[in-house]
Design a protein around this ligand. Sequence first.
Ligand code: HEM
Length: 214
Amino acid sequence: MVSAADTELGLAARVRSLTRADHEAAETTPFVGDLMAGRLDLAAYARLASQHYFIYETLERAAATMRADPVAGDFVGFGLDRLPALGADLHHLRGPRWRSEITPLPATRDYLARLRAVAFVDPPAFVAHHYTRYLGDLSGGQMVKRALREQYGVGAAGTRFYEFPGVAAGAVKRRYRELLDAAPWSADEQARFIDEVKRAFTHNRQVFEDLAAA
Ligand code: HEM
């Protein structure tokens, strides 16, 4: 049984193992299941992308602040920023007035409040939120892209969010995990990182739940 304080395993293996159930809970929400199975419509996906816009807007502002941190700064340098791609997708999916049409759902507001509270000031918490989103986009996100293309007929325009031009996903994920293992964080900071990843998964799950109810 892996614990947060386990020193045999690196931080990357510990966080993966300790958040497996949280990942599963987010991945198996009805909204995600319906999206992947082609049971929704493109407007539903556009609503998800709209919520992503708010989340990445705040997360990437935090990243700009954290770039100066000697540890968290290393995680910012992979060229993974999603906001321009999301803006282009939303323009394609919703039309030119997309920016004035979108509003954050209550669960997104809670997610943003948490990001504002911790991601600008606490490097382990920032990396936790960064990890949860970008490693997810590089992993399961690629399956979502396939579903959008195959089930909903969306082309390259509309799925830019899942494209990382010039980024070798496998190599980035490997390097990312090496950085996690090498982060010179205290046991306390490592525990804070893992707790915050769990929280980030919960926020993502709650956004899916709000989307299903909308
Ligand atoms: C359609 C739903 C999803 C599917 C099918 C999916 C699938 C996967 C798969 C197969 C991996 C392993 C990739 C590898 O070993 O390289 C993975 C990793 C990951 N996923 Fe998901 N995922 C989904 C949703 C999510 C969501 C909603 C989040 C959080 C926002 C998320 C966050 C992550 C993270 C952080 C990892 C990296 C774990 C690690 O290796 O350290 N995923 N996902």
